[in-house]
Design a protein around this ligand. Structure first.
Ligand SMILES: Cc1cc2nc3c(=O)[nH]c(=O)nc-3n(C[C@H](O)[C@H](O)[C@H](O)COP(=O)(O)O)c2cc1C
Length: 401
């Protein structure tokens, strides 16, 4: 996804410098070439050798001992970079950048940059709240610097509040968002469903499944990155809303059905990756069901088949379903694609390693409405989402939707 992109990663002197190691590794896994510049203070927290080993590139710490590799190429890091990322960014570095100070390798290189600069601050809450720091952040934002907001939580100093470096996954997400040149879904509205549903038994208990929502959130993230307006209808999950995505939370299958049908008229593409419960308790007790010595039998009623209903209403919209099976994967998926009037079904087998609930990867068969089958080997859910959207975009081009 970042094949052959050059990312210059600036690491400043804060406790969170170790998290930049994970970011380096994630960037490399997506094919980026990572060039790390560490401030002198950063080297007090993590050694350059760590970044050198993870990036497989020489790490620059001192502007007056320029390494040879880009002298030979006669090109500066500033020109080489497709994007700059500063993570963690200290109050000091933010202050320098906002005030035109270029007194070390990182601040000097950023000053020479013409490509996007993404800044992920990390610092104590009181430092972050300091009006001078806030003024500097505002000044940089006004100049087009892109910020990945720090998170709230328990900070290394023991304080609780805002200031934790954003999760490396969120920083990566922003980098991908900034660098993705494919905007082929601009002007389209993509409706995505994700996560499990919860079917209440009483005020404290419910029936649900193991879905975490990761696949649907990956689809939503990639669709947004490709320029679409993305509306995400989500069952309960712990996941963060991807950048630029409009999220509607629902709990039960019935709530999901109502929300999705309400949003259908404004959608061009509907991708239903939620694991919707087929059944719900026939009756919901108003009070907590008391235990007794007897067995408890729960009568279940059928929930609406959302995908089937959407298939009847879809018109010229593209409708994509997901199917998870533990046996006869392809046979069952082929039946569903026809019965539910789908353009594609993404089928995965829970028994295949790297596929299924909770993983960051998936292994799927993408089956089209004519019964064509494409096998997609193990890939990250983000990459699989990109391939699914490629096939949708191709179909839209062919049918001029
Ligand atoms: C243990 C320790 C932790 C620090 N953590 C942070 C931090 O999280 N954020 C920050 O802005 N400064 C932090 N500082 C202060 C910076 O290291 C200091 O401002 C330094 O001058 C920053 O240099 P740099 O911006 O060139 O990396 C920390 C200092 C120490 C000693």
């Amino acid at each position: 996804m970042l094949q052959d992109k050059n990312i210059v990663l600036g690491v400043c002197g804060g406790i969170a410098a170790y998290k930049a190691c994970e970011l380096t590794s994630r960037l490399r896994k997506l094919g980026a070439r990572v060039h790390v510049i560490m401030t002198k203070s950063a080297t007090e927290f993590v050694t350059p050798l760590t970044f050198q080993s993870l990036s497989l590139n020489q790490v620059v710490t001192d502007q007056f001992s320029a390494p040879r590799y880009w002298e030979i190429e006669h090109i500066s890091l500033a020109k080489l970079a497709d994007a700059f990322v500063i993570a963690p960014a200290t109050a000091n570095m933010i202050g320098k950048l906002a005030n035109g100070i270029a007194d070390d390798m990182l601040s000097t290189t950023v000053m020479a940059a013409k490509t996007p600069v993404i800044i992920a601050p990390a610092m104590n809450t009181n430092m972050l709240d300091n009006p001078v720091v806030q003024r500097n952040i505002d000044a940089l934002k006004a100049l087009g610097y892109i910020f990945v907001e720090p998170e709230e939580g328990l900070l290394a100093c023991g304080d609780v509040g805002k200031g934790k470096l954003a999760d490396p996954a969120a920083i990566l997400e922003r980098i991908l968002h900034v660098l993705n040149p494919k905007k082929d879904l601009a002007g389209k509205t993509v409706l995505v469903t994700a996560g499990p549903t919860q079917e209440a038994l009483d005020p404290v208990r419910f029936i649900t499944n193991h879905s975490t929502g990761k696949m649907g959130y990956a689809v939503a993230a990639i669709a947004a990155r490709r320029g679409a307006r993305v509306v995400l209808v989500s069952g309960p999950t712990c996941l963060k809303t991807p950048e630029g995505v409009e999220r509607h939370n629902v709990r039960s299958a019935l709530e999901m059905f109502e929300k999705v049908t309400a949003l259908l008229p404004e959608s061009d593409i509907i991708i239903k990756s939620a694991a919707v419960a087929d059944y719900a308790p026939a009756e919901v007790s108003g009070q907590k069901i008391k235990k007794s010595d007897d067995e408890l039998n729960i009568a279940l009623k059928r929930n609406p088949d959302i995908l089937y209903e959407l298939g009847k209403m879809k018109g010229s919209r593209i409708l994509v379903g997901f199917a998870m099976e533990t046996e006869n994967l392809v046979e069952n998926a082929l039946v569903k694609v026809k019965k539910k009037n789908l353009d594609f079904i993404v089928a995965n087998d829970l028994n295949v390693e790297g596929a299924g609930f909770g993983t960051d990867t998936n292994v799927v068969k993408l089956i089209d409405g004519d019964g064509g089958i494409e096998s997609i080997s193990i890939k990250s859910k983000l990459e699989i989402a990109d391939i699914i959207l490629d096939r949708i975009a191709d179909k839209m081009k062919r049918t001029c939707v």
